[in-house]
Design a protein around this ligand. Structure first.
Ligand code: T4K
Length: 392
């Protein structure tokens, strides 16, 4: 049975969508004609215009990757101090905060969306607080309305790490309409990509010159360098990939949606596997398919066993950022994040995943989870977000 179900080639958590080769080569022909490879070339400018419309933002700037875009957004806050953020995120978020001279203050997450718990933010605000960096984890929007309220009441900017949220809308509104700045990643593993790439969407026009300078060594004119900038420019090959991919993004998201619902329907019948519901108000991008298993032991068992079927899931995000050895943080203050991080598993999700592959993955999941339950005589509950101290 195992041999029949084992995939002949590895199935990874994601697979980048590549356009038709001829579409890409057509797009990059002009680079040979005009010999402009990077530094705000014509494809960069065209991509920027198209993204502006797609992301619904009056102001945008492109960067070589999402991480440097986030660092640059934070660099514009000159008064250094504390930044309230979440520990349940990719290393990039916290590295960006630390690299720009801020001290992260970790707020716990809420158990349904895995996003920063807005009810716990205000008690962490002090005179040292300079910003809030919230992450739309797996593309699920944070409580943006409450975050806007906190931002207004305390005069603290909100920067969204929207790395996972490309194309997401809330009640018909573009997700980048909320907060001061939103960073979208366009890395190869994302729902939409430009090989590597990052975008900042923002409202304040006066940030234009600063963002442009900061991504180009801080140079403001041929004779002036006004900021300690870096090199974070998007090149023409990236922009070309983005331009071609943008044409297919809506279709891709529709295919992901179908995969998402198939997973949801089948896995609902598998005891111990808890899917993460999507709010009705959210127009999602289905960037990831996260599940919560009943315990850390079960999660680690399933993650390892699936490899025997050539199936490679990921523990996004374990360990928590406040458990990284490079930082002296204490994760005990974020019990919900600890709970989720110990149980999270992300299943394969990409538009080229076929529906029969999804069915096969679910069949394997059922076998592996049943094995675990038999071995450990475990009784499951299927309750997402129900905190429990039980451990086996
Ligand atoms: N903030 C958040 C919340 C983020 O999640 C991220 C990035 C950032 C900020 C920073 O944005 P960028 O600077 O990256 O734009 C991957 C991605 O590299 C990373 O972009 C992403 N988050 C993170 C969640 O996932 P890894 O270390 O898991 O990548 P890797 O190389 O193990 O790839 C995952 C799987 O994808 C592989 O097992 C196979 C497949 N893959 C990957 C690549 C690169 C392919 O099939 N082809 C490929 O070219 O971080």
């Amino acid at each position: 049975m195992k041999n029949q179900l084992k995939f002949s080639t590895p199935i990874h958590v994601t697979k980048p969508k590549l356009p038709k080769l001829e579409d890409y080569t057509d797009q990059i022909k002009t680079i040979w004609e005009n010999k402009w490879l990077t530094n705000d070339g014509p494809l960069h400018e065209e991509f920027k215009t198209n993204l502006k419309e797609y992301l619904g933002s009056s102001e945008i700037e492109l960067f070589t990757n999402g991480h440097l875009a986030l660092e640059i957004a934070l660099k514009t806050i000159e008064d250094k101090g504390e930044v309230i953020t979440t520990p349940f995120t990719f290393a990039s978020t916290i590295h960006a905060i630390k690299n720009t001279g801020f001290q992260p203050v970790f707020c716990d997450i809420e158990p349904n969306t895995f996003n920063i718990d807005v009810n716990q933010i205000e008690q962490l605000i002090t005179e040292k607080t300079k910003a809030i960096v919230a992450v739309h984890v797996f593309g699920n929007p944070c409580d943006v309305v409450e975050l806007d309220r906190i931002s207004r009441d305390y005069g603290i900017p909100v920067i969204y790490d929207a790395a996972h949220a490309f194309g997401v809308k809330l009640n018909g509104r573009f997700i980048a309409e909320y907060g001061d700045v939103s960073m979208f990643s366009m890395h190869a593993t994302k729902v939409f990509h430009s090989i590597e790439g990052g975008v900042l969407c923002y409202k304040r026009k006066e940030l234009n010159d600063q963002f442009k300078a900061l991504k180009n060594f801080g140079i403001t004119s041929s004779e002036t360098v006004d900021y300690m900038g870096i090199n974070a420019k998007m090149n023409e090959f990236q922009a070309a990939m983005g331009l071609v991919n943008l044409k297919g993004i809506d279709q891709d998201i529709l295919m992901r949606k179908e995969i998402y619902h198939l997973y949801e329907n089948i896995l609902a019948e598998v005891p111990g596997v808890n899917c993460v519901p999507i709010d009705q108000e959210v127009q999602h991008n289905y960037s990831y398919f996260p599940i919560l298993l009943e315990s850390k032991t079960m999660r680690d068992y399933v993650n390892e066993k699936l490899k025997e079927y050539n199936l490679f899931t990921r523990k996004y995000f374990y360990p928590l950022c406040n458990d990284f050895s490079c930082y002296p943080f204490d994760s005990n203050d974020t019990p919900v994040a600890v709970y989720v991080s110990d149980r999270i598993l992300v299943l394969p999700m990409y538009s080229e995943l076929t529906l029969s592959e999804v069915e096969q993955i679910c069949t394997i999941m059922k076998i592996v989870v049943d094995d675990f339950n038999l071995q450990f005589n475990y009784r499951t509950t299927n309750q997402v977000g129900e905190l429990s101290n039980e451990s086996i």
